[in-house]
Ligand binder design. Structure first.
Ligand code: PHE
Length: 448
């Protein structure tokens, strides 16, 4: 009855799409500022460890369940269930994933809209349209509404084109551009006065900063950054061919994500110190390095302003980088509810995309017009509560509910000699016991 299911045409295509989902504002903005605020390299070390011992195993659970089921999160979790209770729990967790992915997209699209507005700013400045430039950079509901709409439209256009022609094609085009832009910007910033002090702040470890809170922010950062808990990696896994080795691809995605986060730190933190050299304040009143919107939307633009005409080009490159990173992530979020509408409600891809995209845009609009009350709330409900709770649910499904022989068989697909690996010996137990307990412990600590 329905059209054949989409599939990534190549290993590389999947890798770019999954890495594209993972690499986003969380890497380029969240990670460097977390590092600078939490003891420099001490945070980097903790993050690296957590990314591999905690986030990677959960990523593997999502990829394996998705590829096995070849369905969206609701159907996939129901499919591996063995009785009415687990089936009910699967439905609940599956819908939970859809709701949380949609909520994350609703605020992410607003922030990405800021990036787009700042990308447009140097162009209108170049042609001398000063009033437009002011409008673009001042934080108003009208501007936010306009640019969230444009960004949501772009996300919808890519998803409407499907897995291979939309997600894969754009990710393979955008991800290499992102890396090139990032490297060019780093080369430029590191050649400016003040950059070395920034490098030091970023890289010198201060292990006295190690604390439970640091662990917690590192875990949250790893979960958000690898797009876990909401079914994005599950759905991308469901489009992956059985000929590929899951543990290897999963490890590559984790490496790329961590690698780009670390590399982004070589840009952002030194750029802040260059801005300080040029006279901009980079520490908040409490003495902390600025981390929130002020950093990206004020400190860095102030720096670009001091660079004259070349600053306009640097600004374009920087906000293009941020927009690209956002777009390859936002498409993965939108695919979660869209795949559900296609597979469970029998809608065609285009109407499904339009419907879901518009609903999420309405949520973004409500947030925009009630920004003070809703923005922080939606961010915390979806990322501090939704992601860890669903992460635990996914581990329980992979480790306890899914039939062990089926899970092991799925891991063997595309990796015939997997039985010789450490992964094979450790992971199936690890995802059963260690992961859920670690996430639970961190979660309880964060809500207490
Ligand atoms: N990983 C993305 C980032 O780092 C955010 C994301 C979260 C994407 C959840 C999809 C799902 O910005």
């Amino acid at each position: 009855m329905s059209a054949p299911r989409g599939q990534f045409s190549s290993n590389f295509g999947f890798l770019m799409a999954a890495a594209g989902s993972a690499v986003g504002l969380g890497n380029i903005w969240g990670f460097p500022t977390n590092v600078a605020a939490n003891g420099g390299a001490a945070f980097v070390v903790v993050y690296l460890i957590l990314a591999f011992i905690l986030a990677y195993p959960v990523l593997m659970a999502e990829l394996a369940i998705g590829r096995h089921a070849r369905r969206n999160m609701v159907q996939a979790l129901r499919g591996i269930s063995t009785g009415p209770v687990s089936r009910g729990a699967g439905t609940l967790a599956g819908f939970g994933g859809i709701v949380v992915a949609s909520l994350i997209l609703s605020f992410y699209a607003i922030v990405a809209g800021w990036m787009l507005a700042h990308l447009a700013d140097p162009f209108v400045t170049l042609v001398g349209a000063e009033r437009s430039a002011e409008w673009l950079t001042a934080n108003s509901a009208a501007r936010n509404f306009t640019f969230t709409a444009i960004f949501s439209g772009l996300t919808m256009a890519i998803i409407a084109a499907g897995v291979e022609k939309g997600i894969e094609r754009w990710s393979t085009l955008l991800m290499p551009s992102l890396i090139i832009l990032l490297l060019l910007l780093i080369a430029y910033v590191l050649s400016q006065p003040g950059a070395i002090a920034g490098l030091e702040a970023y890289l010198m470890p201060d292990f006295s900063e190690l604390s439970p809170e640091l662990m917690l922010s590192a875990m949250g950062q790893a979960f958000f950054s690898l797009s876990l808990g909401v079914g994005t990696m599950l759905i991308y896994g469901s489009y992956l061919s059985k000929q590929e080795s899951l543990p290897r691809l999963g490890a590559l995605v984790t490496l790329i994500d961590v690698g780009i986060a670390f590399t982004a730190g070589l840009l952002i933190v030194p750029a802040m110190y260059v801005a300080q050299e040029a006279g901009t304040q980079i520490f908040s009143d409490g003495g902390q390095l600025m981390a929130g919107p002020d950093l990206i939307l004020q400190v860095l633009p102030a720096l670009f302003d001091t660079m004259g005409t070349s600053g306009l080009f640097v600004a374009i490159a920087f906000f293009a980088l941020m927009t690209i990173a956002s777009l390859t992530s936002s498409i993965s979020m939108l695919e979660v509810p869209v795949a559900f509408c296609i597979e469970n409600l029998g809608l065609k891809r285009r109407p499904a995309t339009l419907l879901v995209g518009l609903v999420i845009f309405c949520i973004s609009s409500v947030i925009i017009f009630n920004f003070g009350a809703l923005f922080g709330l939606v961010v915390s409900v979806s990322t501090e509560y939704g992601q860890p709770i669903l992460g635990i649910a996914l581990c329980i499904f992979a480790g306890w509910i899914w039939r062990r022989d089926q899970l092991l068989k799925e891991l063997q697909e595309g990796h015939p000699d997997i039985e010789k690996t450490l992964f094979w010996k450790i992971w199936p137990w690890y995802v059963r016991l260690v992961c859920p307990l670690l996430i639970l412990a961190a979660f309880i600590q964060s809500v207490l």
